[in-house]
Design a protein. Structure first.
Length: 200
């Protein structure tokens, strides 16, 4: 991570950090944001909600990774809107993470029952993709450096339940939209960053 902090990094950039669980995504995103900041304010958009003690502990661990002067915005459902309304132009923003954000949308809009009506499923898909598009536009409409953390969830077994398969598939779509627009795409493997895409 120290080597990253010595890099010369362009401004107005969309960076996507992906990988498996506990692969080092959040630590890398924090280091990248520190390298980008160069005296500018940094905002951290946290999508997790402390719905149980395990999640509360995870949130506490993530907070310890962040410099105390960073501004934290807790927004479980509409990160793009939160950035648009609460972050000044020229700032550096970290969104951590889209995996949890999409799970929040499922929780609030779908619940745990199945089957769901095709209209509700399509509405969820449309909302998720619209929010992702909005995130992708922010670096250029607001002159921001935006670092977005997400997960790769489609590398293991096919989930048993239809609802879990829907979640996996929709997160895959969201990640593809983000990857197409990203200037920089990093895949974390066991704490090691692999540069997949790095456009100047």
């Amino acid at each position: 991570m120290r080597r990253l902090c010595r890099e010369k990094v362009a401004t107005m950039m969309l960076a996507m950090i992906t990988g498996g669980a506990r692969s080092g995504k959040s630590s890398y995103a924090v280091a990248l944001a520190q390298a980008l900041a160069r005296g500018r304010p940094v905002f951290f958009v946290a999508t997790a909600q402390p719905l149980d003690e395990e999640m509360a502990q995870r949130i506490r661990r993530h907070r310890q990774l962040r410099p105390p002067e960073w501004v934290t915005i807790e927004e479980p459902l509409h990160p793009a809107q939160a950035i648009e309304s609460r972050v000044p132009s020229g700032a550096v923003v970290v969104v951590d993470c889209l995996t949890t954000w999409l799970g929040n949308l499922f929780h609030h809009l779908v619940g745990e029952t199945w089957p769901q009506s095709p209209g509700k499923v399509e509405g969820l898909r449309r909302l998720a993709l619209e929010e992702t598009d909005a995130l992708c536009r922010l670096p250029y409409s607001r002159a921001l450096d935006l670092v977005v953390v997400t997960n790769e969830v489609g590398l293991g077994l096919v989930p048993e339940s239809p609802l879990a398969r829907l979640y996996r598939d929709l997160l895959g779509e969201v990640n593809q939209v983000l990857a197409r627009q990203a200037d920089r795409l990093v895949l974390m493997v066991a704490g090691v960053p692999l540069a997949v895409k790095n456009n100047p």
